[in-house]
Design a protein around this ligand. Structure first.
Ligand SMILES: Cc1ncc(COP(=O)(O)O)c(C=O)c1O
Length: 430
């Protein structure tokens, strides 16, 4: 039987949505036999917490004979998990006394919304703050999936100015805010977003002084807008407590008066497949709006994964897993770094910092090099059998062409050594 050709038009959102930047690269990785990918932000398969998850499951079954952990949960998330997450963030911010005070902890737990990865918290934040045409200030460089998210919602990203060392430049920021005031675009600036610790893509932790200078510059220009602190890699430092170099926005008085959202995750530090993250938001109306929209999306993240995480956070196996990951990722960082050095990359004018946490090396190639997805350099890497993320994707505006993000999350150390050698062989021709 013939069916009539559908006649419909996609919504503006549907039309605006385009394939995420990484999609073409991921497809290439899958379609090219033998290709080693330093592109995708996947974690290490070999160290996924199979045993702790199995034990937690058995514990759940014994503790809840009614099997409620397999039932729907609530929109904001499991109360026990929200309390554990609030307590964890307070302790990381050096506020153990608050975490130990049941009344204070209960207030903070109320501010937590458990989400489908921290990615959903970021999406809800922008959906509830921005209309198409609005502007979000982002760090430079930044998390490219966040940039895709902004573009999908019709929101413009504007980079926070940085100096030659990649540190925030507060004077340039004040000048740029003043220019935006003069041209009328300041009214469209609805939020500021940055990655607090061991950034994707640079591996950098924002300095305590930089965070304060950022808050100070915004306040001085009377731009007291919602601030979104992305803490996806806070627990991924290679030594316990490495994140203590700075306090999060929720506890730093420099940010008092700004509506604050802290976006945290349990994926990278435990098991990415469980896909549970959270937002901790100290502004009641903003948090309520995010919860309402979340209710429309899914009326609650997976209760089963939440119950499992509540269990492992409580019995110590989450922290034991973190200790394993710290060693695993330090070794991987070392393997890739050593391969790049051995391949003579530094001698060819390439520069990179060696991060103290996270999953990435951020490389600056020789001036004038083009590392874009369609470039000769990219094709040379593919011929050698190695894939990377072009650094231009990680910039909200005015992207430099000569940067590269290499992820050491997924490949084993031997694979990283080989992938690094291939990258260096490709780079030798440029
Ligand atoms: C900086 C940053 N933020 C947020 C996320 C989202 O992670 P998830 O949704 O797994 O919590 C990622 C994932 O790669 C990330 O790199």
């Amino acid at each position: 039987m013939e069916t009539a050709a559908p006649s419909f038009a996609l919504s503006r959102l549907g039309r605006r949505a385009s394939a995420p930047s990484i999609t073409a690269l991921m497809r290439l990785a899958l379609e090219t036999p033998g290709l080693l990918s330093l592109a995708a932000g996947f974690t290490d398969n070999g160290s996924l917490p199979v045993t702790p998850v199995g034990e937690a499951l058995r514990g759940l079954a014994e503790a809840a004979p009614d099997h409620a952990y397999l039932q729907y949960g609530t929109n904001a998330g499991r109360p026990g998990l929200r309390a554990r997450l609030a307590g964890r963030v307070l302790r990381q911010d050096g506020r153990a006394a608050d975490a130990d005070d049941p009344a204070v902890l209960a207030r903070w737990a109320e501010r937590v919304l458990v989400t489908n990865g921290s990615q959903q918290a970021l999406y809800l934040a922008i959906q509830t703050l921005c209309d198409p045409g609005d502007i979000v200030l982002v760090d430079r460089p930044t998390y490219f999936v966040f940039l895709d998210l902004l573009a999908g919602l019709g929101v413009e990203a504007r980079s926070l100015p940085v100096d030659a060392a990649g540190r925030l430049d507060p004077a340039a920021l004040r000048a740029s805010l003043a220019a935006m005031r003069a041209d009328g675009s300041l009214a469209r600036v609805k939020a500021v977003y940055f990655i607090g610790w061991f950034s994707n893509p640079t591996g950098r932790t924002l300095g305590a002084d930089e965070g304060r200078a950022l808050a100070g510059a915004l306040r001085a220009e009377e731009v007291v807008i919602p601030v979104i602190e992305d803490a996806a890699y806070r627990e991924m430092g290679y030594t316990a407590g490495a994140d203590a170099a700075r306090t999060g926005v929720l506890s730093d008085p420099a940010w008092d008066g700004f509506p604050r959202l802290y976006a945290g995750t349990l994926t990278k530090p435990f098991a990415t497949g469980l896909k549970i993250g959270f937002g901790l938001c100290d502004h009641d109306a903003w948090r309520a709006a995010m919860l309402h929209v979340k209710g429309h999306h899914d009326f609650g993240s997976g209760n089963f994964a939440q119950a499992l995480l509540e269990q492992v956070l409580g019995d110590g196996s989450y922290d034991a897993q973190l200790a394993v990951l710290r060693r695993v990722y330090r070794e991987k960082r070392d393997a890739l770094h050593a391969a790049l050095l051995a391949g003579g990359l530094a001698a060819r004018g390439w520069r990179w910092a060696v991060p103290e946490g996270g999953l990435y090396l951020w490389l600056e190639g020789p001036a004038g090099l083009d590392t874009g997805g369609e470039s000769d350099f990219c094709r040379a890497c593919l011929r050698e059998g190695v894939l990377y993320v072009p650094g231009a994707l990680c910039h909200g505006d005015a992207p430099p062409r000569h940067t590269v993000r290499l992820s050491f999350g997924a490949l084993a150390p031997e694979g990283l050594a080989e992938a690094g050698a291939r990258f260096c062989r490709a780079a030798a021709a440029f």
